[in-house]
Design a binder for this molecule. Structure first.
Ligand code: BEZ
Length: 403
């Protein structure tokens, strides 16, 4: 029974309404003698530059938000509280679980706090919901996780992303799964909202193009599903040889644990996008995740000097392993720092222009550049969960593709 939290159409209507309210708020502010690109954003008048950090501090994605905050803060700490030589005042807001909370939180930092740029967003539906707001306010948004495909389309100077597109991360594993499953079939089960739908669509495209066959599909209610047994029964009845899925945060923990009980003999292989076994999620899953194979543009075990440097600093600062969420946010800080160092003023318009000259980013994930839509053109890796010295970890098996 496919269920979605909010349809694209209702998010679109909501976004248009919020954009209209933002335009009104900005016009009112301008009548009062100031504008978003004026001195109140800081920097221009010599004060700190205000940057909005909007990540989940509550709900199923709260641990992802904490990683993102840590990643951003690490970069800031490494540069004496400055980005591009400019003092920064971070304004934090809680994205919560989705657009119902994330859209008003972003709108508030743009219209009331008058930030010069916004960084963050975990949930695809939130990113889709705030797009028009930041574009009409001319405040650059650097999306540091949410993968909604359409958000970056068209390459607006005010929309940039340091994470991934849902379609690309889903597509990365298709050919590999087709190779491993051979003449068998794959059942798809995923969180039933934008991210799950788009990642599955990307996976199906490359999986089916490589000759893969689908046994069935289930889209589970996002944020409320606790019991996967009814869905796991469907997988059993389908006779599938493998499963492909997208879950993240608390949902990934519950799904993988229940899947491991269901699959006690280990005859059904579990694949997914890397969020399924990332960071704190993997520690909570423990042995239940052993053998799970995923695709992602990062692993904390990537054996490169740049990642070693980042991971060591992160462990020292937070006493835990870095995650893809922390890394994407660290890169967002680096990209914003570059733009602030080049911008003619600390205004949304000048920062947006300067972001276009970002060039190659020397990242813990490997080098990447923004493509024409302002999404990363980056490597993807095949990872497998293995027990390494008593701890489960995403071991890098091979490089998959650039996407
Ligand atoms: C998303 O909604 O885009 C998303 C959330 C968590 C992990 C990956 C993607």
């Amino acid at each position: 029974m496919p269920v979605t939290v909010r349809t694209g159409a209702s998010v679109g209507r909501h976004a248009r309404l919020v954009a209209a309210l933002v335009a009104l708020a900005l016009a009112t502010a301008a009548c009062g003698g100031s504008s978003v690109s004026g001195g109140k954003t800081g920097g221009k008048t010599g004060g700190p530059v205000k940057v909005g950090l909007v990540v989940p501090l509550s709900g199923v994605y709260a641990p992802l938000g904490e990683d993102m905050r840590n990643g951003f803060q690490l970069y800031l700490n490494q540069h004496g509280g400055k980005l591009g030589g400019k003092e920064i005042k971070l304004v934090s807001a809680d994205e919560g679980e989705g657009p119902q909370t994330g859209v008003p939180a972003t709108t508030r930092v743009v219209t009331q706090e008058r930030v010069a740029a916004v960084v963050g967003l975990v949930n695809s539906a939130t990113a889709a919901g705030v797009r028009d707001t930041v574009v009409s306010a001319k405040v650059p948004l650097i999306v540091a996780n949410a993968g909604a495909n359409g958000v970056t389309k068209g390459g607006s100077p005010y929309i940039w992303r340091t994470s991934f597109t849902n379609g690309n991360v889903g597509a990365a594993l298709g050919p590999e799964v087709a190779k491993q499953v051979g003449t068998g079939t794959v059942y798809i089960i995923t969180a039933g909202y934008t991210a799950g739908k788009e990642q599955i669509a990307g996976f199906k495209q490359t999986f089916q193009a490589a000759g893969g066959k689908i046994a069935g599909e289930t889209y589970t209610p996002f944020g409320t599903t606790q019991d996967w047994q009814p869905y796991l029964s469907r997988i059993r009845s389908s006779g599938a040889d493998a499963v492909f899925s997208f879950y993240a945060g608390a949902e990934a923990v519950n799904f993988v644990k229940q899947f491991a009980q269901f699959n006690a003999g280990g005859s059904v292989k579990l694949f997914g996008t890397g969020f399924l076994t990332e960071g704190g999620v993997l520690s909570a899953q423990g042995p239940a995740a052993a053998g799970v194979q995923t695709a992602l543009h990062y692993s904390n075990l990537l054996d490169t000097p740049r990642n070693e440097e980042f991971a060591t600093a992160y462990r020292q600062a937070y006493n835990e392993e870095p995650t893809v969420y922390a890394m994407q946010s660290y890169d967002a800080a680096a990209v914003l720092a570059g733009a602030l160092s080049r911008a003619s003023a600390a205004t949304g318009e000048a920062i947006g222009k300067a972001l276009a000259d970002t060039g190659t980013v020397d990242s813990p994930r490997g080098s990447w550049t923004f493509d024409e839509n302002h999404d990363p053109q980056q490597p993807y890796y095949l990872r497998k969960v293995e027990n390494r010295n008593g701890k489960f970890a995403n071991v890098v098996v091979s490089k998959l593709s650039n996407g």
